[in-house]
Design a protein around this ligand. Structure first.
Ligand code: FAD
Length: 304
């Protein structure tokens, strides 16, 4: 059995595994795909001390760094549950069961997608999900934000300071965002908000996004918007479905609830990164959270 078993191989899981292994405890890491969301990222300009890198390159350095330590890496395997037995058990979809004295959950999240034609084709070529990450790439251009919840309106306000113009498209007949955010957005000169808009397609010229198509749900008419970028802000879904039925408490949206040391509601189980209630979802934040969870787990081990 392991002393620390990390589930997930993104920035949070890699940091947790390195911090745990450096304590000399028996450490394992199981992940479906090493690198996590970083593998889907092109330019990264906010990983402090590295002015520019690319996702696959950062993922390769993460893996290289983990491999410098005695970490048993189990990849291409998905966790299917979590239960307390004599030790904590993590059954895998393959049927195997991993056992450990402590577990760190770092299974990340995925952006909810529009599922319209063109979205997948133009992902990273104009279709973006993270305004903090990709906003500056659209400096001086016209962009759209799909989604009028808090994250959509926050994105619009954030982007309005960088880009030429922002159009927000909301499916419903009213915005779900907090009133204070709506007021701020309306006070900015370069944000338009369109209600009752069902986004139906991402348009492009073969190499990059040129616009989008939506249906005005009141008139039923198809409309066209010329933009260079489309920020999809319709929700972030934590990869925590496998915790259903476990003792680990999650929020209504599935985020694992953690305290300031990364501890969850289940003894010996810690969590870090995008899968948790941590406020902002970023690489550097996930790495810090992974370190916190590993130190929290080590603290737990020396007390039990
Ligand atoms: P993830 O990176 O999501 O990793 C989760 C890990 O868990 C993966 O290894 C996955 O395979 C594994 N996993 C999931 N479920 C299971 C399971 N059941 N069993 C086993 N393994 C499982 N952030 C920035 O700071 N700067 C940027 O420029 C930036 N750009 C981005 C661009 C895009 C397109 C996207 C999608 C995100 C971007 N982000 C950026 C956000 C950043 O990638 C995330 O905040 C970060 O990767 C979260 O790290 P994590 O380790 O918590 O989760």
């Amino acid at each position: 059995p392991f002393d620390v078993l990390v589930v997930g191989g993104g920035p949070a899981g890699a940091a947790a595994a390195i911090y745990a292994a450096r304590k000399g405890v028996r450490t394992g890491l199981v992940a479906e795909r090493f690198g996590g969301q970083v593998m889907d990222t092109v330019g990264i300009e906010n990983f402090i001390s590295v002015p520019y890198t690319e996702g696959p390159k950062l993922a390769a350095s993460l893996e290289q760094h983990v491999r410098e330590y005695e970490v048993e890496l189990i990849t291409s395997q998905r966790a299917a549950g979590l239960r307390q037995s004599e030790l904590i058990e993590v059954p895998l979809e393959s049927g195997a069961v991993l056992k450990s004295r402590s577990v760190i959950l770092a299974t990340g999240a995925r952006w909810r997608e529009l599922n319209v034609p063109g979205e997948a084709e133009y992902r990273t070529r104009g279709v973006a999900y993270c305004p903090h990450c990709d906003g500056p790439f659209f400096k001086g251009k016209r962009v759209a934000v799909v989604g009028g919840g808090n994250s959509g309106i926050e994105a619009a306000i954030d982007l309005a300071g960088i880009v030429e113009h922002v159009t927000v498209l909301e499916f419903a007949d009213s915005l779900r965002a907090d009133e204070v955010l709506q007021r701020k957005a309306r006070s900015m000169g370069n944000i338009d908000i369109i209600m009752n808009a069902r986004t139906t397609a991402v348009l492009g010229d073969g190499s990059k996004v040129t616009g989008l198509q939506y249906t005005d749900r009141t008139s039923g008419k198809a409309q066209h918007l010329e933009v260079a970028g489309i920020f999809v802000q319709i929700g972030l879904v934590p990869n925590t479905e496998f915790l259903q039925g476990s003792e680990v408490e999650r929020t209504r949206t599935g985020e694992v609830i953690i305290d300031s040391r990364g501890a969850t509601s289940m003894a010996g189980v810690f969590a870090a990164g995008d899968a948790t209630t941590v406020p902002y979802k970023q690489i550097i934040i996930s790495m810090g959270a992974g370190a916190t969870a590993a130190l929290g787990a080590f603290d737990h081990l020396i007390r039990s």
